[in-house]
Design a protein around this ligand. Structure first.
Ligand SMILES: Cc1cc2nc3c(=O)[nH]c(=O)nc-3n(C[C@H](O)[C@H](O)[C@H](O)COP(=O)(O)O)c2cc1C
Ligand code: SF4
Length: 428
């Protein structure tokens, strides 16, 4: 497992460490909550806005702005939800936070609830994380006993009742509106947006939904200030990002890197590069919802603006390296099959588009498809991305479209026409 490159970041990963409440407080934990409670919420909200913190769950929405939207809502009943569903394949960063530094998350969540004016909260943890669920349950109890959750937190007027909610294994329930339906006891299906959860969320009330990593950033911002936070990372993307690095690199594992490092640095310096004797064929950035890019693009900086310009989705920060022995088609098909399995089937482009995409790749792999099928695959991919109802379908086409752009030759090499041509050339 890899370690962070320096030791004054936001998470300072140490896999051998678990900080209980006492240890967390000994290291200054919960001083940020005390500080926030002592001031008008507007002051701390300004600090978060100024820090430039953006959501780490995938959509990168400015966190301070989201909290401000809740604060400015005239509805008095408001909720906070921590999205700990962590369903993106190849992502394991939130699990680290929950199982090693759970009080950094609980403190961040409590501060965010106070600033947003929410007195009831949920942590939606994926079913597949029993250890994280156990640790968080006992953490919530310990925080209640210490006066850090529940009524009159740290002697203030602020109350927060916090409950853990277990998911049931659906990737789609990580999508914020499907997650709301799931907590409400309905089918975990996405809702039409707007209204956004900040306007009408849980049981129709304004709701702040943030990812684990996002909330766990907040204590440091409040404690040390936005200008301290902005010293890490870049002007466009301050702070750090947790990266779940896997695939064909020497050092796989979790990393905390300041924004601004290049993907080449992540893969070659922190990851140690490909195995001996192998080269990098492609890097998948952003998980199953992400894109496949060639090694030439690894000099792009891990930064929201630079990535958007290069067509790279940072997403949850999952990076999967494929060496030269891997098949792009097989890898992309794994992702297509994942989405096909997780699709709720509500809309045709996602349900049928993914099914057809899977069939075409099957046909290509069997050597029964032609160049026309690759064109059809491209057309279906555009429909999946542009016409799907929710983020699952919209992102499901990313690995297809990027691989069709950068690895078209590999798709074409499987085509009937080219196989015939190759065999004629061989016999000539
Ligand atoms: C299909 C799908 C699955 C998602 N899964 C997750 C997830 O597991 N965890 C998460 O934090 N966000 C997930 N998201 C993003 C959430 O909808 C939402 O944007 C996020 O929780 C907001 O928090 P943030 O602003 O802190 O990033 C998912 C989105 C989609 C479309
Ligand atoms: S895009 Fe897919 S998951 Fe989303 S609503 Fe349509 S069918 Fe369901």
């Amino acid at each position: 497992m890899s370690k962070s490159p320096k030791n004054d970041l936001i998470f300072n990963i140490d896999f051998d460490e678990y900080l209980d409440l006492e240890q967390y407080r000994e290291r200054g934990g919960y001083s940020a909550l005390a500080k926030a409670l002592a001031h008008d919420p507007k002051i701390s909200i300004r600090e978060i806005v100024d820090s430039g913190l953006r959501g780490r769950g995938g959509a990168a929405f400015p966190t301070g702005k989201k909290i401000e939207m809740l604060r400015n809502n005239s509805e008095t009943v408001r909720y906070i939800i921590c999205n700990a569903d962590e369903g993106e394949p190849g992502t394991f960063k939130d699990r680290f936070i929950m199982t090693h530094i759970p009080f950094q998350l609980l403190e961040g969540l409590t501060i965010a609830a106070y600033l947003a004016g929410a007195s009831k909260g949920y942590i939606y943890v994926r079913h597949e994380y029993p250890e994280a669920q156990r640790i968080l349950r006992s953490g919530i109890q310990a925080a209640i006993e210490a006066g850090l959750l529940g009524k009159n937190i740290l002697g203030s007027e602020f109350n927060l009742s916090l409950e853990l909610f277990s998911g049931a294994g659906s990737y789609l329930c990580g999508e914020e509106t499907a997650l709301l339906s799931s907590i409400e006891g309905k089918k975990g299906r996405p809702r039409l947006k707007p209204p956004y959860p900040t306007q009408a969320g849980l049981w129709g009330k304004p709701t702040l939904i943030n990812n684990v990593e996002t909330l766990a950033n907040i204590p440091k911002i409040i404690d040390k200030g936005a200008s301290w936070y902005r010293q890490i990372g870049t002007v466009d993307s301050p702070g750090t990002k947790l990266i779940s690095l896997s695939g064909d690199v020497k050092n796989r594992g979790l990393l905390e890197v300041p924004f601004g490092v290049t993907f080449a640095q992540i893969v070659n310096e922190y990851g140690g590069g490909p195995p001996i004797g192998k080269t990098i064929k492609a890097v998948n950035i952003g998980g199953a919802s992400g894109v496949h890019v060639p090694p030439e693009m690894l000099n792009t900086a891990l930064e929201y603006k630079a990535c958007a310009q290069a067509g790279i989705t940072i997403g949850s920060g999952a990076i999967f390296v494929l060496d030269n022995t891997r098949s792009i088609l097989t890898n992309v098909q794994n992702r297509v099959r994942f989405f096909l399995h997780e699709s709720c089937g509500k809309c045709t482009p996602c349900r049928e588009g993914l099914r057809q995409a899977n069939n075409i790749i099957d046909k290509l792999l069997r050597g029964e498809a032609g160049v026309k099928d690759v064109d059809t695959l491209e057309r279906y991919t555009r429909a999946i991305v542009n016409a799907s109802f929710c983020g699952l379908g919209q992102a499901a086409g990313n690995s297809l479209s990027s691989s069709l752009t950068y690895y078209r030759e590999e798709y074409l090499a499987y085509c009937r026409e080219n196989r015939e041509l190759n065999s004629k050339e061989e016999t000539a």
